[in-house]
Design a protein around this ligand. Sequence first.
Ligand code: TSB
Ligand code: ZN
Length: 585
Amino acid sequence: MINIKENEKLSVMNHSCAHLLAQAVKHLYPHALFWVGPVIEEGFYYDIDLGDDVITSLDLERIEKEMKKIAKDGKRIVREEISKEEALERFKNDPYKIDLISRMDEDSTVISCYTQGDFTDLCRGPHVESVKELKYFKLLKFSGAYWKGDAKNKMLQRIYGVCFDNEEDLNNYLQELEEASMRDHRKIGKEQEIFMNHDLVGKGMPLWLPNGAIIRKQLENYIYEKEQKMGYLHVYTPCVGTVDLYKTSGHWDHYKENMFPSMKVDDEEFVLRPMNCPHHMLIYGNKLHSYRDLPIRIGEFATDFRYEASGAVKGLERVRCMCQNDAHLFVTPEQIGEEFKKVVSLILDVYKDFGIKNYKFRLSLRDKNDKEKYFDDDEMWDNAENKLREVLNDLGCTYYEAIGEAAFYGPKLDVEVKPAIGPEITLSTCQLDFLLPRRFDLSYIDSNGEKQVPVVLHRAIFGTFDRFTAFIIEETKGAFPLWLAPVQLTIIPVNPEVHGEYANQLKERLENLKMRINLDCRNEKLSYRMREAQTSKVPYSIIIGDKEIENKSVSFRKYGEQGTMTLSEEEFTKFILDKIANKEI
Ligand code: TSB
Ligand code: ZN
């Protein structure tokens, strides 16, 4: 999908269209006040204070109609530069604009206004010459948005739209949006009963329903097995820690705004943990280690809590309670390259298993000139950064470098993917850390009998089970591979009264082989039940009638295919078990 923000021409048009929207809203709601109306990847939006009025879909149509009318009138868009004083005077009745203007630096910022007909807005520009140029636009949706994104502030109304320079592009874009919304994991997650939310539990705190729990369990088993083979040691640790733990780790100073507030119990002060590293550091430190023990790989499926802005919270993709597929690898400096290579290979391996092809490796490095953010040890940084590069090159990975994006404690590799809707997200991550082991006073004894500090690699292959599941739902459009599907096979007896009993026996035989079966004995037409098996996206549906019972055979159809195949029951079970074992996609 096109990124409007990155297209110069469309970016200007969309910005002008945001003004057009504001003008139309002002015509229809004279009391409306406007906050900001930026261009985004998907088009534009404007945050508007409508007082007690609430926008509905019908209003959206009305506003769009007004926009068309104004555009047709074809007023020129005129720029004017004014002093800060004048700006403050001109917008004195508009607390939002006053807020913006008063924060502008008089000396370095030119304050400009754009006027089209009866509407003037404070704006940096640039804009199209005349509203006449805005012909092919559409208002898309609306939502609530806290002023400045802060839940303590007033809720404004955000209206989204998009504008193109020709009809065909607009229509194609709307079509793509429609397709993306069909893939949206929030929609599929609801339809397929994968997860739910409830106000009584809280924002960003999804509840995994039985179908979701099956998927998650499969993912857990899958990655656990891989990690076990690679020598990871899995642990269980509490999802709280004392404030002192997070003071020791540095999170209390550097990460506090992403954490839930603390709570007192007796004489201890706890926080819900945002990360698991401190717990794993303590586990490493519980024993003395020799260089011969390293690498030590401590893994955990660990629940974390993070304060995410309420506007950013999204389905399973961005949550406030999440479960990381986490591990901390304690290595000697010499082992960094090799261990990093194993992590990247695991990532590649997993992505191959899931058929994930569209992703980007982002290597975040320090900015050499930024001596404040990054601790000053050029040799250590250079060595580490070069090793990461080397490994990526060795493995033939394409990646891009993000200078100045490294954490203050070390360089990292993130894997970015694009969800159906919204900006790119990080799935897997592998972060080098020279600092945390020092803060926890960790050590190992080297070959000369001397104490050394290990280096830590923080890594999460799925990222979180939450985010990975969201992504897989969208990748597969809810048609999960057989091994992952909550229901793997639907058995449909032609006539439940006649064939139901046999079908039930077959169900039990297959369930004994650990297959997940749905038996559809509803009093509905065969064609109806077959159609429904298709729309529910169950990988295989089995039809049982006279012939199948007589021959002890299974007639089945694969999701998304027309033809039916018949095999003996024995052949069929082998066929299915093979596919499950091979995790076929
Ligand atoms: C890898 N300490 C490291 C860990 O050892 C860590 O916490 N890294 S992280 O902050 O990058 O988080 C790990 C992964 O969690 C991210 O790569 C991302 O895939 C996932 N994640 C982060 N925030 C959220 C969220 N709000 N909802 C769902 N998943 C998230
Ligand atoms: Zn960590």
